[in-house]
Design a protein around this ligand. Structure first.
Ligand code: G6Q
Length: 550
C-alpha cells in the first residue's frame, strides 16, 4: 500500500488546491449557468446539491482519481463480499447483508449468513406481530403497552434516532422508550411513567457485558419483580438482543427470548440487525422492512453507480477535500426536520468512532488529519444559537443541510417557512453581504457616513462558505433507510482514503479499564491504585464530602 501522500492524485490535488485558494463560488455561479446541474445528483427521491462548494468539475475529477488510486472500488467489494476488512479484530463487516432482500449465498466464519439472517428476521417478525396483536402478554395477562430499550452507544443511538424520526409511523398500541445512561435518573425517570404489568424490557447489548446496560437491566428487573412478586415474570417482560447467549442466560433471560446477531455487525451499524427490534415494535414490521429496503437501495447505488455519480463517494470525497486540503477540523450537520433531532448524535458516533483514528493499515501513524469533529442541531433552532460562528466566525466549516419537500403535518405554512429558512441559510453562506452594501443600507436608514463606516465591518458576511443540501420527498421509512446508509458509506469512503480501520473502536477501552479502581477509591478505607495528581485531588474532595479519610 502506497502512503496516501505519495499517491499521484494526492500530489495533483495539492497543485490544484493552490489554484483554488482564491476560488469564489459566487463568480463560478455567475459564469456557469449549468453549475447546479453539473454539481448535483439524484438517487431515488434524494437530491444532493453540492454546487455550493469550493470545487470545480476539475476538482471532482482529481478527487475521483484519488478514490481510484486508493482502491476504493476494491475495498468496497471486499466489504460487500464479507472479507475481514476490520483487520484489527479480524472480522468481516456485513451490515449491508442484513438489509438485502435477496442475499447471495455467503458463509462467514462458519456461519451461513443468508440462512441465519432470515431465521432471525422471521423470529423478530413473529414477536413484533404477537406484541402488536396482543398475543404476547405480560405476567398478569395484560397486553404490552410500553417497551423500554435498555442499551447504550450502538445499541441505543441508531434505534432511538430511527424511532424519533419515524414517530409519525408509530403503531397506536405500543410506546417505545430508550434508557442508556448509567445515571440512575434516566431509568428512574422512565420507570416512573410506566406500569410494570404492561411493560416489556429489551436488553440490547452485543457483548452483554456493558456496565451501563447491565446496571440498568438489573435495576429494571428488580423494579419489575418488586411490583409483580413473581420471579417467573421475567420471561414475559424481558427479551435480549445480543451475540452472547451465555451471558444472556446468566442474566436470567430465557434463550427462547433472545434474538441474536453476529460479530460481523458493528455496534454503530447494528440497527439493521436484531438491535432494530425496538424500531419494528414502534413502526410495525412492514415499515421496518421499508427502512431496510431504503438502505438496500443506497447499497445498490453505492455498489453500482460510477464514482462521479455516486452519492456517498461524492460526499465522502468532498469531506477529504475540506479536511485535508482546506484544513477544516469540523463538519456541521443541520437537518431542517425536527424528527431528525437525534441524527446528529447518531452521526457523531458513526463518523467519529469510525474515523477518529491515527494509525493506518500499515500500522503506522498517519501524517494527515482523519475524521472531523461532527456537530450540529436541527434548523431553525441552530440559527438562533451557533450559526453566528458559521457565518461570521474565523473558521471554514463544511456543512450539510437536510430538508423534506413535503411535511406530513397539516401545518403546511410553517413547513414552507422551514424550507425557506433552510435555503436562506445556504444562500447567505454562499453570497455573504459586502461592506459597501451594508454601508449604503445604513446611510439609507439615516446613519451618518462615519457611523455607517464604523458599524459596517461588524455586519459583513464574508460569504463563499460551503454547504451541501440533501433534499428528500418526505421522511418515510424508505427515505430514512437511504439517508442512514448514505452516511454509513460516506464514512466508509473516507476511512478507505485515510487508510484506517473504520470498524474497530479501541479508543473507548481505556476509560472502561480505569473506572473500576477509581470507583473503589471513592469509598474504600484508603485510596488505592496509582492515579495522577488531578484525579487524586478529585477523589480526595469527594471522600472529604463523605467524611472519609483522604
Ligand atoms: C459501537 C461501539 C459502542 C457499543 C456500546 C455498547 O460501534 O462498539 O458504542 O455499541 O459500547 O456495546 P454493547 O452493545 O456490547 O453493550
Amino acid at each position: 500500500m502506497k502512503p496516501l501522500k505519495h499517491l499521484p492524485a494526492w500530489k495533483a490535488l495539492e497543485q490544484h488546491f493552490k489554484s483554488m485558494r482564491s476560488f469564489d463560488m459566487r463568480a463560478a455561479f455567475r459564469e456557469d449557468a449549468s453549475r447546479f446541474d453539473q454539481l448535483s445528483l439524484r438517487c431515488g427521491n434524494l437530491l444532493l446539491d453540492y454546487s455550493k462548494n469550493r470545487v470545480t468539475t476539475e476538482t471532482i475529477q482529481h478527487l475521483m482519481q484519488l478514490a481510484r488510486e486508493s482502491e476504493l472500488e476494491a475495498m468496497r467489494n471486499a466489504m460487500f463480499t464479507g472479507e475481514r476488512i476490520n483487520f484489527t479484530e479480524q472480522r468481516a463487516v456485513l451490515h449491508t447483508a442484513l438489509r438485502a432482500p435477496v442475499r447471495p449465498p455467503l458463509v462467514v466464519e462458519g456461519v451461513d449468513v443468508e440462512h441465519e439472517i432470515s431465521k432471525v428476521l422471521k423470529r423478530m417478525q413473529r414477536f413484533v406481530e404477537s406484541v402488536h396483536n396482543g398475543n404476547w402478554r405480560g405476567h398478569t395477562g395484560k397486553p404490552i403497552r410500553n417497551v423500554v430499550n435498555i442499551g447504550i452507544g450502538g445499541s441505543d443511538l441508531g434505534p432511538a434516532m430511527a424511532c424519533h424520526a419515524l414517530d409519525h409511523y408509530a403503531v397506536e398500541s405500543v410506546r417505545v422508550y430508550f434508557v442508556s445512561n448509567l445515571d440512575p435518573a434516566h431509568l428512574a425517570g422512565t420507570l416512573a411513567q410506566l406500569d410494570p404489568e404492561t411493560t416489556l424490557f429489551i436488553v440490547a447489548s452485543k457483548t452483554f457485558t456493558t456496565l451501563e446496560t447491565l446496571a440498568n437491566a438489573n435495576s429494571a428487573k428488580a423494579w419489575l419483580l418488586a411490583a409483580l412478586r413473581a420471579p417467573g415474570a421475567v420471561a414475559q417482560h424481558f427479551v435480549a438482543l445480543s451475540t452472547n447467549a451465555q451471558a444472556v442466560e446468566a442474566f436470567g433471560i430465557d434463550p427462547e427470548n433472545m434474538f441474536i446477531f453476529w460479530d460481523w455487525v458493528g455496534g454503530r451499524y447494528s440497527l439493521w440487525s436484531a438491535i432494530g427490534l425496538s424500531i419494528a415494535l414502534q413502526i410495525g414490521w412492514g415499515n421496518f422492512q421499508a427502512l431496510l429496503a431504503g438502505a438496500h437501495a443506497m447499497d445498490t447505488h453505492f455498489r453500482e453507480a460510477p464514482l462521479e455519480a455516486n452519492m456517498p463517494v461524492i460526499l465522502g470525497m468532498l469531506g477529504i477535500w475540506y479536511a485535508n486540503f482546506w484544513g477544516t477540523d469540523t463538519y456541521g450537520i443541520f437537518p431542517y426536520d425536527q424528527r431528525l433531532r437525534l441524527l446528529v448524535p447518531f452521526l457523531q458516533q458513526l463518523d467519529m468512532e469510525s474515523n477518529g483514528k491515527n494509525v493506518n493499515r500499515a500500522n503506522k501513524r498517519v501524517n494527515y488529519n482523519t475524521g472531523p469533529i461532527v456537530w450540529g442541531a436541527p434548523g431553525t433552532n441552530g440559527q438562533h444559537a451557533f450559526f453566528e460562528l458559521v457565518h461570521q466566525g474565523t473558521r471554514l466549516i463544511p456543512t450539510d443541510f437536510l430538508m423534506a419537500a413535503v411535511n406530513p403535518t397539516p401545518l403546511a405554512d410553517q413547513h414552507e417557512w422551514l424550507l425557506a429558512n433552510c435555503m436562506a441559510q445556504t444562500e447567505a453562506l454562499l453570497k455573504g453581504k459586502s461592506r459597501a452594501v451594508i454601508e449604503a443600507e445604513l446611510i439609507a436608514q439615516g446613519m451618518s457616513r462615519e457611523e455607517a463606516r464604523a458599524l459596517a465591518p461588524h455586519k459583513v458576511f464574508p460569504g463563499n462558505r460551503p454547504s451541501n443540501t440533501l433534499l428528500y420527498q418526505k421522511l418515510d421509512p424508505h427515505t430514512l433507510g437511504m439517508l442512514i446508509a448514505l452516511y454509513e458509506h460516506k464514512v466508509f469512503v473516507q476511512g478507505m482514503i485515510w487508510q484506517i480501520n473504520s470498524f474497530d473502536q479501541w479508543g473507548v477501552e481505556l476509560g472502561k479499564q480505569l473506572a473500576p479502581p477509581i470507583r473503589a477509591a471513592l469509598s474504600s478505607v484508603r485510596v488505592i491504585g496509582e492515579h495522577d495528581g488531578s484525579t487524586l485531588g478529585l477523589i480526595a474532595d469527594i471522600r472529604r464530602r463523605r467524611g472519609l479519610s483522604t
